[in-house]
Every structure is written in structure tokens, then in C-alpha cells.
Design a binder for this molecule. Structure first.
Ligand code: HEC
Length: 161
């Protein structure tokens, strides 16, 4: 029997594998099989590229959600400010024909919900800027784009739905 530095060689002839080694070996084989089953594209269809794409997609979705929320909050706030300023423009320029409370005088009521030229903010802006053939004067020159946007916002926020 050979011996080096106090370490003894196992007795030859007795070929039993130590229990610990056997457990470790079988454990590793089982792990390898489970791993192969789970992560081979041929079995479960799992691929690293797929996983990467999914991750990117969820992060992009989170980002755009966040972005949208921000833009929305901003524009709502802006609309409120615009409407508040538009109120003064309305009283000075529009109330004579459309009424103090948008109830209509010479011009039609502007409370909605139905509008001849459309109920969207853009529709109001267009009509107020260019006017119409039937009595609505164009205010493009007189007020400029900013004030027109404000007064359009004011009307828009007063819509009945
Ligand atoms: C001289 C009177 C007069 C003044 C001043 C006037 N409007 Fe008008 N407005 C009208 C008439 C009349 C109509 C209907 C036009 C038509 O049917 O083509 C109208 C139509 C409109 C419409 C379209 C309504 C619809 O049903 O689509 C809007 C919006 C509007 N006016 C907003 C304004 C705003 C804002 C101002 C002030 C900046 C203003 N108007 C000032 C007479 C006036």
C-alpha cells in the first residue's frame, strides 16, 4: 500500500464507490438532465434570445407607459391653464355673439354636445381662425395662434357630453 505524506491510497481490489461520491455523481447527472430538458430549445423551446427579447419588450412597455402618463398629465395641466386664459378672450371677443354663458345670441350656443363644424379642439381652432361663410368672423389676424388656442380650450372644457 502506497503512502505519501500520510495520505493512504485506497485498497485496490475493493472497488466500491464511496457513498458520498455516488450521491454526488447521481445528483449531477439528474441536474444535467433537468437542465437539458428545461433549457434546450428542442424540448421546451426556451432560448436565450427569446428571453432577452421578452425582457426588452417589458422594459420598453414600462417606459412608454411612463412616458404616456407624463405627457398626459402635462397636457391636461396645460389645457387648464389655456382655458383659464381663454376665458378672458372669450368675454372680450366672443360673448357678444355667443352669450356670456355660451348660451348663444347671434351666434349659436357653444355648450355642445353637437357642433356644426365638429367638437374637437382642432375643429374649434380652425373655425375661430378662419371663420365661416355664415357669420362667424375669422380671428386669425386679430388674436393670433396662442390666444385662439386658449379660447378654443375654454370652449372645449365647457362642453356638455
Ligand atoms: C359677430 C358675431 C360673432 C362673434 C364676435 C363670434 N362668433 Fe363664433 N359664430 C358666429 C356665428 C354666426 C356662427 C355660426 C357660423 C356658421 O354656422 O357657419 C359662429 C360659429 C362659431 C363656432 C362653430 C360652432 C359649431 O357649431 O361648430 C365656434 C366654435 C365659434 N363660433 C367660436 C367663437 C369664438 C371662440 C369667438 C371669439 C373669439 C367667436 N366665435 C366670436 C358669430 C360670432
Amino acid at each position: 500500500m502506497a503512502e505519501f505524506d500520510g495520505i493512504q491510497e485506497r485498497k485496490e481490489g475493493k472497488k466500491k464507490i464511496p457513498l458520498g461520491m455516488a450521491v454526488l455523481f447521481i445528483g449531477l447527472v439528474v441536474c444535467a438532465l433537468v437542465y437539458l430538458y428545461l433549457f434546450l430549445p428542442q424540448t421546451t423551446g426556451w432560448t436565450q434570445a427569446d428571453r432577452y427579447e421578452k425582457l426588452i419588450k417589458t422594459q420598453e412597455a414600462a417606459l412608454t407607459e411612463h412616458g404616456k402618463a407624463d405627457v398626459h398629465a402635462e397636457s391636461e395641466h396645460e389645457q387648464m391653464v389655456a382655458a383659464e386664459q381663454g376665458k378672458e378672450v372669450y368675454a372680450a371677443e366672443c360673448a357678444a355673439c355667443h352669450g356670456e354663458k355660451l348660451e348663444g345670441v347671434v351666434g349659436p350656443a357653444l355648450g355642445g354636445p353637437k357642433f356644426k363644424y365638429g367638437a374637437a379642439l382642432e375643429d374649434h381652432i380652425r373655425v375661430i381662425t378662419k371663420g365661416t361663410q355664415k357669420g362667424m368672423p375669422g380671428f386669425g389676424q386679430r388674436l393670433g395662434a396662442a390666444k385662439i388656442r386658449n379660447v378654443a380650450s375654454y370652449i372645449h372644457t365647457r362642453h356638455k357630453h
